[in-house]
Design a binder for this molecule. Structure first.
Ligand code: TYD
Length: 208
């Protein structure tokens, strides 16, 4: 049995990942492909509890190191409990965020340092890496307007504001230059149909 494909979606808050992920899932279903969908942080019973701690607005005293380790703890859990077994059994895995988020948000924007985040990312994932990552690139102001349009309360990380999101975006762009084979940058200001047709083409190219 061949190993499944591991596809991840990345980008700043409000970049439109979820919509694209839904479209890809719909196509996978139509094609009868065997896959699972997961999200980070979360995706397991333990991980969802960690997610609540991480996003809770009341936890404004959380230190940057505590935050980093909690993201990695949730990742270690989902990788061992869900992602590795699925890939090994031949299922494709579509994941809303993975370790690139930690590199961009904690490593770059929070200045925890890429040496540290790279080290922890490898430890938490046992070296498992996505086959393909879509980085939906958008300016923070447009992304913020989209989020406002969606309604709902901002979580602890969204509350950090536009300049923080700008740093995260810079971090992502730096990552995409380092790993230009795996990370495909997509202009997320295009229509959802145009964005998806690029994504679909790249996924199907990889599968064939
Ligand atoms: P979520 O509601 O899932 O946001 P989104 O829909 O934008 O993915 O919240 C996850 C938040 O956690 C988001 O602001 C990004 C942040 N995050 C990190 O800072 N580091 C990480 O390693 C991960 C996985 C997420």
């Amino acid at each position: 049995m061949s190993k499944g494909l591991f596809i991840t979606f990345e980008g700043i808050d409000g970049c439109g990942k979820s919509t694209q992920l839904e479209l890809l899932k719909e196509d996978f279903r139509k094609e009868g492909l065997d896959f699972i969908e997961v999200r980070e942080p979360g995706g397991t019973a333990v991980g969802e509890k960690i997610r609540n701690i991480l996003l809770d607005r009341q936890n404004d005293s959380m230190t940057r190191m505590a935050e980093l380790l909690l993201f990695e703890a949730a990742r270690a859990q989902i990788t061992e409990e869900v992602i590795i077994p699925a890939l090994m059994s031949g299922k494709h895995v579509i994941c809303d965020r993975f370790y690139d988020s930690t590199s961009a948000y904690q490593g770059y924007a929070n200045k925890m340092g890429r040496d540290l985040t790279d080290f922890l990312n490898v430890k938490a994932t046992s070296g498992v890496s996505p086959d393909l990552t879509f980085l939906l690139d958008i300016d923070p102001k447009t992304a913020c307007d989209r989020r406002t349009g969606r309604g709902g309360e901002e979580d602890r990380i969204e509350l950090m504001g536009l300049s923080y999101q700008e740093k995260v975006r810079e971090g992502y762009i730096e990552l995409s230059r380092e790993e230009d084979k795996r990370i495909r940058v997509i202009d997320a200001t295009m229509t959802r149909e145009k964005i998806y047709s690029e994504i679909r083409k790249q996924v199907w190219d990889l599968m064939s």
